[in-house]
Write a protein that binds this ligand. Structure first.
Ligand code: G3H
Ligand code: ZN
Length: 288
């Protein structure tokens, strides 16, 4: 069923595992993510960035696609459709249309404005049973044109945003979108612990920039309260690598290998495989 992410993440926080939130871009990726989650009997979050939703033809298209695929693929695991890094207007639009979860990312705004808009998003979302993620302290790197400075979140600000009644919180703890540089010093577990404590010890925390964080750091983050892990770049990497291999091996030249259904299959299978692997890492296998 298509559900809000609130319940699944509350359970994850209590059960000390995390739910994967995978970014989609098209039909193939959406199928790949649903298939991986169903095979793993795991809850899953499918998320669209503003840019990806635009690319796919708009939020309504994304919503209809997920719903229709869930029917035709007989998906039984809980699935949330989430807006990733949404502006205020986009968050309101998705709530109105029927997304089951939204992120309002006001991390680039002055803190007072972030608070004010977050409060309004929470009121409108909760009136419709939609879950809300907010962000404090910007995540480093660039994703789909959203550029973050990478500062560590201020726990006092985290508490203020958490007190608005948001369902889960994204906080900068040294995580970066895209691949991690050689000289990356790792996640700040000290910041993560302070945020978990000051927000009361139960609020699900979100780890953005999930691609390329070593397993031991992922597991430590989960033990300290991370319940949602966003993965985008790694899906892109495995999709591109498998597609490149197929073309370089000349398979597109054999038979009807250039048929898009054949051309896109290896990349799509690679995304499913990665989703299954990450679900194992995050501990949500069998938790549906
Ligand atoms: O919001 C999406 C993510 O934070 C993805 O980060 O591309 O580094 O996996 P990533
Ligand atoms: Zn992100």
């Amino acid at each position: 069923p298509l559900v809000s992410a609130a319940e699944m993440l509350k359970k994850a926080r209590e059960g000390k595992y995390a739910v994967g939130a995978f970014n989609t871009n098209n039909l193939e990726w959406t199928k790949a993510i649903l298939k991986g989650a169903e095979e793993s009997k795991s809850p899953v979050i499918i998320q669209t960035s503003m840019g990806a939703a635009k690319y796919m033809g708009g939020y309504q298209v994304c919503l209809d696609l997920v719903k229709d695929l869930m029917d035709s693929m007989n998906i039984t695991v809980p699935v949330a459709l989430h807006l990733d890094h949404g502006e205020y207007e986009d968050a309101l639009k998705c709530i109105e249309l029927g997304y089951t979860s939204v992120m309002f990312d006001g991390s680039h705004l002055p803190f007072d404005e972030n608070m004010e808009k977050a409060k309004d998003v929470v009121a409108k979302a909760h009136a419709k049973g939609v879950s809300v993620e907010c962000e404090v302290g910007s995540i480093g790197g660039e994703e789909d044109g959203i550029i973050g400075s990478g500062e560590l979140a201020d726990p006092a600000e985290c508490k203020k945003i958490a007190d608005l009644g948001i369902d889960f919180l994204a906080a900068g703890i040294g995580n970066i979108h895209g691949s991690y540089p050689e000289n990356w010093t790792g996640l700040s577990f000290e910041t993560l612990s302070s945020i978990a404590d000051i927000t009361g010890g139960h609020l699900p925390l979100v780890l953005h920039g999930g691609s390329g964080i070593p397993l031991d750091q992922v597991q430590k983050a989960i033990s300290l309260g991370v319940s949602k892990i966003n993965v985008n770049t790694e899906c892109q990497e495995v999709f591109a690598a498998a597609t490149r291999k197929y073309i370089e091996e000349g398979k597109d030249l054999q038979g009807k290998g250039f048929d898009p259904r054949k051309l896109l299959a290896p990349g799509t299978d690679a995304v499913t495989k990665l989703v299954i692997d990450r679900i194992e890492w995050f501990g949500s296998k069998g938790k549906a």
